[in-house]
Ligand binder design. Structure first.
Ligand SMILES: [Zn+2]
Length: 158
């Protein structure tokens, strides 16, 4: 199960394991919250990026509907959450929770696809497209790192 998690989910999972050693924790790869326990609690790991916590289409509503959810705010590379947000504190879709910006999208428009970047783990949305492995920023970085070889034999007739 742990091999299907991204880095921040893994860190959150290991932290939960340490904190709740006698509780069963199930990972939901394709659903929210990320983790549910046999005690009826839910945990959603959120990687914080540019001081923002982002919920994809309809996700905040799903978490609120679930009820007992804690949002584990993870920094890249950290082994424990920097903040734990009880989901009911996000019920009114506040723009900020303490010093953190909260970004939340409503229901998902048809044809949009939610993707998770394999490099930076950010969540991004592709309009009317198909699933992408890397976010636009990381795609650019990757393109820059491909050595480009200019054919110097090219003649354009000048
Ligand atoms: Zn990326």
């Amino acid at each position: 199960m742990i091999d299907k998690m991204n880095r921040s989910e893994k860190a959150a999972y290991n932290w939960l394991r340490r904190r709740l050693p006698s509780v069963d924790i199930i990972f939901q790869k394709r659903n929210s919250p990320d983790f549910v326990t046999n005690t009826g609690d839910g945990y959603e790991a959120k990687l914080i990026r540019s001081n923002a916590i982002t919920f994809t289409y309809g996700q905040l509503d799903r978490l609120i509907d679930f009820g007992r959810v804690s949002v584990l705010v993870m920094e890249q590379g950290a082994q424990e959450p920097i903040a734990i947000i009880p989901i009911n504190e996000l019920k009114d879709s506040p723009r900020y929770w303490h010093q953190y910006r909260v970004v939340s999208y409503g229901p998902m428009p048809e044809n949009d696809v939610v993707c998770h970047c394999q490099d930076c783990e950010t969540t991004f949305i592709v309009k009317q497209g198909s699933r992408q492995r890397y976010c636009p920023e990381c795609v650019l970085k990757r393109v820059k790192h491909i050595p480009t070889k200019r054919p110097d034999t090219h003649q354009d007739g000048r």
